[in-house]
Design a protein around this ligand. Structure first.
Ligand code: MG
Length: 452
């Protein structure tokens, strides 16, 4: 991970950690490395027009032409970079972070977030003082482009519009005052669904329920489902890439399970395919994929790693346990509107309530916890962890993941942003998973204390 680029782009509190000068400088460096034709978009944060102008200015100053796509979800910009054949794009957003944050996500010509190697190149150039500015008569041009309609049709074309329309399905949406309200309700109504919304006004202070959907803050969506009899509920994050699903009873469905459901449907049509996911995802996904004759390709935690593994290997489905799902036949990035369209397709085909389809997924219990760990000790902790256990299957792709013979597992990863080590565990039942968490929290705590 670089000095500025985190798990997904550069983010910080506006005018403190993330300034217009940084936005301009990083955009100039990105533009000079990625190419001449660049897309720019923004979310609905209060500071986003300011940051957008800085990004546009940085790109123009190095001779890039800017296709300004205005306010739109990140996956809309990503799809359009690829379909218009541009050289790259910059999205002004801090995703699900609180309103005082902003940042940028940078896309390559394939419409996927740039690789870690390209992030490093951009940072290096930025810290060396940036690229040379273009002569006065070579600065770029900017044009406004309206792309939302093209994108909506592209999403809708991935499912059977006639079939979905014929079912009279109802969808409840909580767009969290973010930019997905410009797209997701229109995709649902284009598919003939009845659409009901809450927190659907653009508001950069995110007054509704904050910009990150969690099972705890989706009470308004639950009420909306109950009041309207909706078949499906979707809560989206601030830039529309991540989503939490709710069934017709108002039960939140974690990302693992919506991914398993979509994987089961997809592999039913394309047997033997490979699904990409990060090592924190439930083993339930692997059970479903194996049952369909497919294979899981595990990668490090982070959506960029999932997307890049899909692109490099030509795999067409990927996802993360936090509710980001990548549907490659459309575009291999997380996309909340695409996930909603796929779920409508699945409901239309199977003709059964979502709660029943979810109940058929493998049942595992998951738990998460953390232990304080000074940043300077993290590497030493990682080196010593495998030595604490014997006879276990140890995976060191990202942190340390230990798998027991009964399939239960624990993953210990140092946080990239906080002085803590995180623990994730999964087992067949709640009692076992809590026992695993308690045991490893204790072992980890003693290991860290012994190093201080
Ligand atoms: Mg997001």
């Amino acid at each position: 991970m670089g000095r500025l680029f985190g798990t997904n782009g550069v983010r910080g509190v506006v005018n403190r950690d993330f300034t217009v000068e940084m936005a301009q400088g990083l955009a100039a460096s990105a533009g000079s490395i990625l190419g001449k034709e660049m897309a720019v978009g923004r979310d609905a944060r209060i500071s986003s027009p300011m940051v957008r102008d800085a990004v546009v200015s940085g790109l123009l100053s190095v001779g890039c032409d800017v296709h300004d796509m205005g306010a739109l979800p990140t996956p809309t910009l990503q799809y359009m970079v690829k379909s218009l054949g541009l050289d790259g794009g910059v999205m002004v957003t801090a995703s699900h972070n609180p309103p005082q944050f902003n940042g940028i996500k940078v896309m390559a010509a394939d419409g996927v977030e740039i690789s870690r190697a390209t992030e490093d190149r951009i940072e290096e150039l930025y810290f060396k003082g940036g690229p040379e500015a273009a002569p006065w008569n070579m600065v770029g041009h900017v044009r406004d482009v309206d792309v939302v309609e093209t994108y909506i049709e592209a999403v809708v074309s991935q499912v059977d519009r006639k079939l979905v329309s014929s079912r009279g399905l109802k969808v409840a949406l909580d767009t969290g005052n973010g930019v997905s309200c410009l797209v997701t309700p229109r995709v649902a109504s284009r598919l003939g669904a009845g659409v009901y919304t809450v927190n659907a006004e653009l508001d950069g202070s995110f007054p509704g329920r904050g910009s990150e959907p969690t099972p705890e803050n989706l009470g308004a969506l639950r009420d909306l489902i109950e009041a309207t009899g909706a078949d499906l509920g979707v809560g989206l994050d601030g830039d529309g890439d991540r989503s939490i699903i709710m069934d017709e009873k108002g039960e939140a469905v974690w990302g693992d399970k919506s991914l398993s459901l979509i994987a089961d449907w997809y592999l039913g049509r394309h047997p033997g395919e490979t699904v990409v996911t990060s090592i924190s995802t439930s083993k339930g996904l692997e059970d479903v994929v194996n049952r369909r004759g497919g294979r899981v390709h595990w990668v490090r935690v982070g959506s960029v790693d999932v997307s890049r593994a899909m692109v490099e290997n030509g795999y067409l489905l990927g996802g993360e346990e936090n509710g980001g799902i990548m549907y490659g036949p459309h575009h291999p990035v997380r996309d909340g509107a695409m996930v909603m369209a796929l779920l409508l397709q699945i409901l239309a085909e199977r003709r059964r309530p979502l709660s029943e389809l979810i109940a058929e997924q493998p049942i595992y219990s998951k738990a998460k916890d953390k232990v304080e760990c000074p940043n300077e000790l993290k590497e030493e902790v990682l080196r010593k962890l495998p030595g604490l256990v014997e006879g276990l299957d140890v995976d060191t792709m990202d942190g340390v993941k230990l798998t027991n013979s009964d399939g239960s597992w624990v993953l210990i990863r140092p946080s990239g942003t906080e002085p803590v080590c995180r623990l994730y565990a999964e087992a067949r039942d709640k009692a076992t998973v809590m026992a695993i968490i308690d045991e490893y929290k204790d072992r980890l705590g003693r290991l860290i204390a012994g190093l201080q």
